[in-house]
Design a binder for this molecule. Structure first.
Ligand code: ADP
Ligand code: ADP
Ligand code: MG
Length: 661
């Protein structure tokens, strides 16, 4: 076995690999860019080597520097994680030539699976069912249209070198096909430096289901069942689970057998994933093979009880797989949610900055948190904005979902925006609960984007009871302050009114031993908790059920965060509630007359002038943020009445740029 390995990655996956290496008694070397000098993975490893400036093209992607770090630290093997150099055959080859083991497949397998056209041909030869279509390079737009007609619309245009959901486009008719061919070619050239594009049939109502493969260098290949990753936003996975709620035993066995056949055909070694697209009739078609550890591998680890990183390391060291196909038992259900630093209410705009508070849920037998950040650390603009992966296990799908929902309640992140509300809403969605998934689900169910109204709390009474109990504690504490003016001591009443979303809920709160009874609408909620003021998580028991609600006190308001809902609550005396009804309600400002900057950034172009008549969807301005150009378009027809900002201005979020009539 290796004595020391180097991890050529960062973030949660670097931390995850280090954990297993430590368990196996293997010393670890981290590499890091200048932006990551205080990163979690650097602190966790036994040694760390700086490999250059923040952009990954100058650090994590430079094979030369990583090889040098191996030689300098005498690391015997490299785990590449996912992304970066993990599917770079030249890198694997260089390591092997230098006598450093690559913890992954051999270079030839990476080469043959790295190209979508080549891998599709190979899969077909190995007897794997592939998506109907062509495996030839498209020469030009006319050729694209001819082939698309032959296959039959709708079709999918794909960059052969594509990955990460980039370079993929659906075309439903000739015009879209022509236009799509140009765009996909451009994208392929700029993102992958390889402009080859091919066309295949677009599978309707598709599900993405993939098979985990494991192989050693002695010819043993097994599969560890499937993962369903159909919940995607723009071809990128959001929630993954194992097993799939859709597969029957026969389909699972057939997909597993084909995946194993493909792995054998390329003399695969290590962990790998064969991705399939599955149609409504459970017909499945090969998409691509990922020759590395997958982001969502923890769900497979939960239901098989195996440590995939450990097996990858053992196989790379020449060991035989310790299990056969018959030993693989799939037990229970696991679901993973990807927690991203992005604002779901602002079109999923990435968010960067310092994690002012960061309290991930406690890890238990049923909850796992794979994280690469810490409180006080930074989410940097240079890398993927994933904060953590939250994985929950249960005996069945319902239980796993419940555990995941509960764990999301405990996930406390402040300082950057995060997508926890969106994840919670997805887990609550009837289509998710019924397992009626497809890769279109998010686009179909949230056609206008995601809004606070999409997060529905199905038990508001819980929030009312907890808010009342919290306030009662606060008042009891205030009443205990010594030295109060005689005759003017604070008295604590039992009757209160909880004001939530403008509605008034009268409640009666009684102290009982160790907690409070909140009586509301003739029902009693017994609330027990050890919670103290200032603690961000209210953890307790309501009518025998454990509950965790995030609480922030903002002057007279308690802001509660639970099951993805953020709700501001006030608890008032009866009299104060009556008077509140007489207070004028401050109307939210009408911002529809403004073009606001959706993010902090630089105004690089103003495309209209004062007095211009503009049409809906017309581009109005360009704001550059995080190295991306964002074109702001008109939401309706209007006339430009005022110009509030000039080219070159640095804009704050929500700063007005234009005003319309
Ligand atoms: P990448 O390398 O970017 O992961 P994939 O070929 O795996 O590209 O495709 C990514 C996603 O695009 C899939 O998970 C699926 O949602 C969708 N997709 C790809 N090919 C098809 C197809 N032929 N029909 C329908 N959806 C597809
Ligand atoms: P602040 O008091 O900090 O100004 P806001 O009331 O403006 O906060 O809300 C802050 C952000 O909280 C909003 O921009 C939105 O992204 C998010 N938010 C609003 N409603 C909800 C909701 N129901 N659930 C989760 N997050 C929400
Ligand atoms: Mg893929």
């Amino acid at each position: 076995m290796f004595k020391k390995i180097l991890i050529a990655n960062r973030g949660e996956i670097a931390c995850r690999v280090i954990k297993t290496a430590r368990k196996m008694g293997i010393a670890t070397v981290a590499v890091y860019s200048e932006a990551d000098k205080d990163a979690l993975h650097v602190g966790m490893a036994d040694e760390a080597v700086c490999i250059g400036p923040p952009p990954s093209s100058q650090s994590y992607l430079v094979a030369e520097k990583i090889l040098q770090a191996c030689l300098d630290t005498q690391a015997e093997a490299v785990h590449p994680g996912y992304g970066f150099l993990s599917e770079n055959a030249a890198f694997a080859k260089r390591l092997e030539d230098a006598g450093v083991a690559f913890i992954g497949p051999r270079p030839h397998a990476i080469v043959s699976m790295g190209d979508k056209i080549a891998s599709k041909r190979l899969a077909r030869e190995a007897g794997v069912s592939t998506v109907p279509g062509h495996t030839e390079v498209i020469r030009n737009a006319d050729h694209a249209v001819a082939i698309a007609r032959e296959i039959g619309y709708p079709v999918m245009l794909k960059a052969s070198a594509g990955g990460g959901g980039k370079g993929i486009r659906v075309a439903r008719h000739d015009e879209e096909c022509r236009d799509g061919f140009q765009r996909t070619t451009n994208e392929a050239r700029s993102s992958f430096g390889d402009e080859r594009v091919f066309i295949e049939k677009f599978i309707e109502e598709p599900r993405h289901i993939e098979i985990q493969i494991l192989a050693d260098s002695h010819g043993h290949v097994i599969h560890l069942g499937e993962r369903e990753c159909s919940l995607q936003r723009r071809h990128q996975k959001v929630i993954e689970e194992a097993p799939s709620p859709f597969l029957d035993e026969a389909t699972r066995a057939a997909m597993g057998a084909q995946a194993v056949a493909l792995a054998r055909a390329v003399e695969y070694r290590s962990a790998g994933t064969v991705e399939f697209i599955v149609d409504a009739n459970r017909k499945f078609y090969f998409l691509e093979m990922n020759t590395r550890l997958q982001v969502e591998h923890p769900v497979t680890e939960f239901i098989t009880g195996l440590d995939l990183v450990e097996l990858m390391i053992r196989v790379a060291a020449g060991e035989r797989l310790p299990i056969t196909q018959e030993d693989v038992k799939l037990q229970g259900w696991a679901i993973e949610a990807r927690v991203y630093a992005e604002d779901p209410f602002r079109n999923f705009l990435p968010s960067i900055g310092r994690l002012v508070r960061y309290l991930p849920p406690a890890e238990t037998r049923t909850v796992r948190v794979d994280t690469g950040v810490y409180e006080g650390g930074e989410v940097s603009m240079y890398y993927d904005p994933m904060i953590a992966k939250l994985i929950a296990y249960g005996l069945n799908r319902e239980q796993a979902t419940a555990h995941l929902r509960d764990a999301l309640n405990e996930f406390y992140i402040r300082g950057v925006s995060h997508n926890i509300s969106f994840l919670a809403a997805l887990l609550m969605h009837p289509r998710f609960r019924e397992g009626r998934l497809s890769t279109n689900l998010i686009a179909q169910e949230y056609p206008q984007g995601f809004h606070p109204a999409d997060v529905v709390h199905d038990e508001p009474n819980l929030l009312i009871a907890v808010a009342a109990a919290i306030h009662r504690r606060y008042m009891d504490r205030a009443a205990k302050i010594t030295g109060q003016l005689p005759g003017y001591e604070r008295e604590v009443h039992d009757d209160w009114v909880v004001v939530m979303n403008g509605d008034h809920y009268p409640v009666n709160v009684q102290a009982v031993h160790g907690g409070h009874d909140v009586i509301h609408n003739g029902q009693t909620y017994r609330v027990f908790s050890e919670w103290q003021f200032g603690q961000p998580l209210f953890q307790g028991v309501v009518n025998g059920n454990a509950i965790c609600i995030q609480v922030e006190r903002r002057n007279l308001i308690y802001r509660l965060f639970h099951w993805g809902s953020q709700i501001d609550v006030q608890v008032l005396t009866r009299r104060a509630a009556e008077l509140l009804r007489c207070m004028p309600v401050k109307a939210a400002p009408d911002t529809s007359k403004f073009l606001l900057s959706p993010m902090p950034g630089l105004l690089t172009q103003l495309l209209v002038n004062l007095g211009d008549e503009i049409k809906s969807d017309q581009p109005l301005a360009v704001v550059e943020a995080m190295k991306m150009e964002n074109v702001l378009r008109a939401e309706r027809d209007a006339r430009v009445a005022k110009v509030h900002a000039a080219v070159g201005d640095t804009l704050a979020v929500d700063q007005p740029i234009l005003e319309f009539e």
